[in-house]
Design a protein around this ligand. Structure first.
Ligand SMILES: [Fe+2]
Ligand SMILES: [Fe+2]
Length: 171
């Protein structure tokens, strides 16, 4: 999932913000993803890793730290799978930029394990699952569909994990 919707593009920022749907996903789950959708998703997934890693660093609770760290690692795996989908569907290689060069990897300074944030995470992750499932249903390449579905399944697990964290944190 992408972190909170704080991405700041250097160019076309206004247009991007305007077209952005609530929750940070701009893509259409009822159609095959465009190349642009997939490239943005690579950035969002890599940004998700930055977000979860930063959130893990805000807590001293070892169990919560471990769960957030696991999700962070999986977000990076998602970026790699989408890279593979781009290669399969479009024959293009796309590098994952460093976080400093990724507009979706800007982490809020006031990040903390709170109920509102975790509830936002649950909602975002479930939206991610819907998006990946929708994309998987609309691509012709079976391996690409499988990669997208794997990401979708893990996004649901991330939502469930965030609910576990709510309990662990006593929130
Ligand atoms: Fe996720
Ligand atoms: Fe993800």
């Amino acid at each position: 999932m992408p972190g909170p919707d704080r991405a700041q593009g250097k160019q076309g920022e206004t247009e991007m913000q305007e077209e952005r749907k609530p929750g940070g996903y701009t893509a259409d789950a009822s159609a095959a993803p465009t190349l642009e959708d997939l490239k943005r998703m690579v950035l969002q997934e890599a940004g998700g890793q930055a977000f979860y890693q930063a959130l893990a660093e805000t807590t001293d609770n070892a169990d919560i730290k471990r769960l957030l760290g696991r999700t962070a690692n999986e977000e990076l795996s998602h970026a790699h799978r989408v890279q593979e989908v781009i290669q399969r569907l479009h024959g293009q290689a796309m590098a994952i930029p460093d976080h400093a060069d990724n507009p979706y990897a800007k982490v809020p300074a006031d990040l903390a394990v709170t109920r509102p944030l975790l509830e936002m995470i649950v909602a975002e992750e479930l939206k991610g699952e819907v998006l990946y499932e929708g994309w998987a249903a609309h691509v012709d390449d079976a391996e690409a569909a499988s990669l997208l579905r794997r990401n979708g399944t893990e996004e649901r697990r991330h939502a469930e994990r965030a609910q576990d964290i709510l309990k662990l944190a006593g929130l």
